[in-house]
Design a protein around this ligand. Structure first.
Ligand code: FES
Length: 145
């Protein structure tokens, strides 16, 4: 198992997920430092290309956080996202990268502790999978000279 901190890209919808993330930060709940959070108006707006590009650029894992089922502020955006991400997961399995590097979770705005917990657990899952083999070589060698 690698001791290097996995690079995790987290897409949060700007409603419940962003509120849960903000509450986790305000409550000083601990989660790994290797996570980078991006905001999308709704998880339904996250296209397959966005996720694939994240892996192409070297993310070790991608976590998508949206509102609870029935709670999406754009009616069914989170359900469309889940179907889309299932397809991406299949692609990741087919190309040998591993679909487990991609996960979607659904939270309400008051679930700060769950947000931090998912961040910690997904980071450990990703660490166990090892570094993204697509990670650009320049990134790995940066700072070694
Ligand atoms: Fe949160 Fe759609 S607004 S998932």
């Amino acid at each position: 198992m690698s001791t290097r901190e996995p690079e995790i890209l987290v897409f949060c919808c700007s409603y419940c997920a962003a509120a849960a993330a903000a509450a986790a930060g305000a409550g000083r709940l601990r989660y790994p430092a290797g996570t980078r959070i991006l905001s999308a108006s709704c998880t339904g707006r996250i296209e397959m290309e966005h996720v694939l590009e994240a892996f192409e650029k070297g993310a070790d894992g991608v976590l998508v956080v949206g509102c609870l089922d029935g709670g999406c502020h754009f009616v069914d955006g989170n359900q469309r996202a889940r179907r889309r991400l299932d397809r991406v997961r299949s692609i990741l399995d087919e190309i040998g990268l591993g679909g487990d590097r991609l996960r979607m979770v659904n939270l309400s705005d008051s679930m700060a502790a769950a947000f931090a917990g998912h961040m910690r657990e997904f980071t450990e899952t990703t660490r166990a999978l090892g570094p993204n083999p697509l990670k650009p070589a320049r990134k790995e060698s940066a700072g070694e000279s």
